[in-house]
Design a protein around this ligand. Structure first.
Ligand code: GLC
Length: 549
């Protein structure tokens, strides 16, 4: 049985971590925005679910230009979400319930409201204050052109001009100026932040855009057009580690420095990198002397296809093993279309076009998509390594694809000239009750409108209901705790076409039918199935079963 006791330094290697998006989880004070006391009040839900840890997306002071990933003070709580005392109370209650607490750390940029950036604006060109960020004069006769062709992930140029004529770098929204990690004060300040939260009992960190911190700022700045592609696509066209701003080799020195801080605590603090880079490069962030784990987004991006899934799983396990890390699996998070919808989109579907159509082109059959999502979840939870579960997926919640454009909050919408709808459809406040104000999210409504079908997915509707998705997650997590030990799997040699079949080292097996036709159910005691199995000895399409040793 997996040892998840609080002092086991390896607790994270096969943990299930639940992502809380604080502003959309539960609202205790009725202002329409989720808060820390709301989370504390709902911790019993997480304990009953059976996860090992919760990871909180940013709850720090922020003007919410990017859902809180624009941080004005890394060592405080947004007053709308509570106080540091509320944080301590939440963490204490989580620990009492046996749940670890992971917080998000956002080192690539600050909010433009951060005191450092305000100081930099006032101090003017050439000042020491500007050197904590990346300010440059523009190109062109009057400096009217951006200093390079670097692109913002959210659309448009990555440079913004200030009234005195200089430009500053923002790889995300203009409200998120990038820090200069060549600056000692920047490095020192983040060490202080890591200790600040570790001293408060935080068990680990999720590191936002870990692959962006170091830029090649040698003059003249190198344009990316020379690689024949812009944005993250250009990553594939340059020798690894040499892109001007993604995944540069020097970034690892920062994480080796952080590891010394993590290891000064007992048990050592854990970390997971958010790094949208190909597998072998991703593994570098996960080395034991760095962050220890990195999100595996290739799995998330893999279509519902047996060969593709098998390849992604095998590759990820090998990559993690080579790095001395454990693998990670993610199906949903706050940046992507929820998997209960996404896995039904035919390969090659333009997700943005689908969102712009309000989720109607193509139309998704809700019961079929739920069936597939449940099969995908049981497959994920049977894999060696850690699974990251996003709030609401335990309810089988689909994407709210039909949010009217007038309510969108994601900066992506405006920054792309209203071309990309963005990520709000997976961030709608959770339904806790079948009806009532904002389906139990809070008494003051919800900051994004909840679709009228939300109530049928509510926690209250599903808790204790045999066959519900919530009960499936609960049972799966309970069973997983009992079954887990080793970190390897062996593929069955005789799996039919379209079927994933592997045994864990303890002998129990997982079989998923990804094909369109029923297949014979392999022999063995059925421990759990993603939907009730027929009595004819077959495993229907879009179904996963766990079989005893
Ligand atoms: C990460 C976050 C995303 C955010 C971005 C900028 O990718 O997951 O939500 O917009 O970083 O901080």
């Amino acid at each position: 049985m997996a040892d998840l006791s609080s002092r086991n330094p390896d607790w994270w290697r096969q943990a299930v971590i639940y992502q809380v998006y604080p502003r959309s989880f539960a609202d205790a004070d009725g202002d329409g925005l989720g808060d820390l006391r709301g989370i504390t009040g709902r911790l019993p839900h997480l304990a009953a679910l059976g996860v090992d840890a919760l990871w909180l997306s940013p709850f720090y002071p922020s003007e919410l230009a990017d859902g809180g990933y624009d941080v004005a003070d890394h060592r405080d709580v947004d007053p709308r979400l509570g106080t540091l005392d509320d944080f301590d109370a939440m963490a204490a209650e989580a620990h009492r319930l046996g749940l670890k607490v992971i917080v998000d750390i956002v080192p690539n940029h600050t909010s433009r409201l951060h005191p450092w950036f305000q100081e930099a604006l006032l101090a003017g060109p050439g000042s020491a204050a500007r050197d904590r960020y990346v300010f440059r004069p523009g190109r062109g006769e009057h400096g009217e052109l951006p200093p390079s062709d670097w692109r913002s992930v959210f659309g448009g140029s990555a440079w913004h001009r200030v009234p005195d004529g200089e430009w500053y770098l923002h790889l995300f929204a203009p409200e998120q100026p990038d820090l200069n990690w060549a600056h000692d004060e920047v490095r020192a300040d983040f060490r202080t932040t890591l200790r600040f939260w570790s001293d408060r009992g935080v068990d680990g960190f999720r590191v936002d855009v870990a692959h962006a911190l170091v830029k090649d700022l040698a003059e003249p700045l190198r344009d990316v057009a020379q690689f024949g592609a812009t944005g993250e696509q250009a990553l594939e066209r340059v020798p690894p580690g040499t892109h001007p701003y993604w995944d540069r080799d020097e970034v690892h020195e920062i994480f080796r420095d952080w590891r010394k801080i993590f290891d000064a605590y007992s048990p050592p603090r854990t970390a997971v990198a958010e790094a949208w880079v190909p597998g072998a490069r991703r593994a570098l962030y996960a080395r034991p002397d760095e962050l220890g784990q990195a999100f595996n987004f290739e799995y998330l991006q893999t279509a519902w296809d047996a060969d593709a899934l098998r390849g992604a799983i095998t590759g990820a396990l090998a990559t993690a093993r080579a790095a001395g890390a454990s693998a990670t699996w993610v199906l949903s998070n706050h940046d992507v279309v929820r998997h209960a919808s996404r896995l039904m989109l035919p390969p090659g579907t333009d997700e943005n076009a689908w969102l712009l159509s309000g989720g109607r082109a193509p139309e998704i059959d809700a019961s079929h998509s739920l069936r597939r999502a449940r099969a995908a979840t049981l497959l994920m939870l049977a894999l060696p390594g850690s699974s990251y579960v996003y709030q609401g997926e335990e309810l089988g919640l689909p994407e709210a694809a039909d949010l009217p454009v007038g309510v969108l909050q994601d900066p992506v919408w405006e920054q792309t000239g209203r071309a990309r709808k963005g990520r709000d459809g997976c961030r709608v406040p959770l339904p806790w009750t079948a009806d009532g104000p904002s389906y139990g999210f809070g008494s003051g409504g919800a900051w994004l409108p909840q679709p009228e079908w939300f109530g049928s997915y509510a926690v209250e509707t599903q808790a204790g209901t045999a066959g519900s998705t919530l009960e499936l997650y609960r049972t799966a997590l309970r069973l997983r705790r009992k079954l887990l030990e080793g970190e390897s799997l062996t593929w069955a040699a005789d799996a039919p076409f379209g079927v994933l079949h592997f045994a864990r080292s303890e002998g129990w097996r997982c079989v998923t039918n990804v094909s369109h036709a029923p297949v014979p159910l392999p022999p063995g005691e059925v421990l759990l199935a993603s939907v009730p199995l027929p009595l004819d000895g077959t495993l229907p399409p879009d179904t996963t079963v766990w079989l005893g040793a």
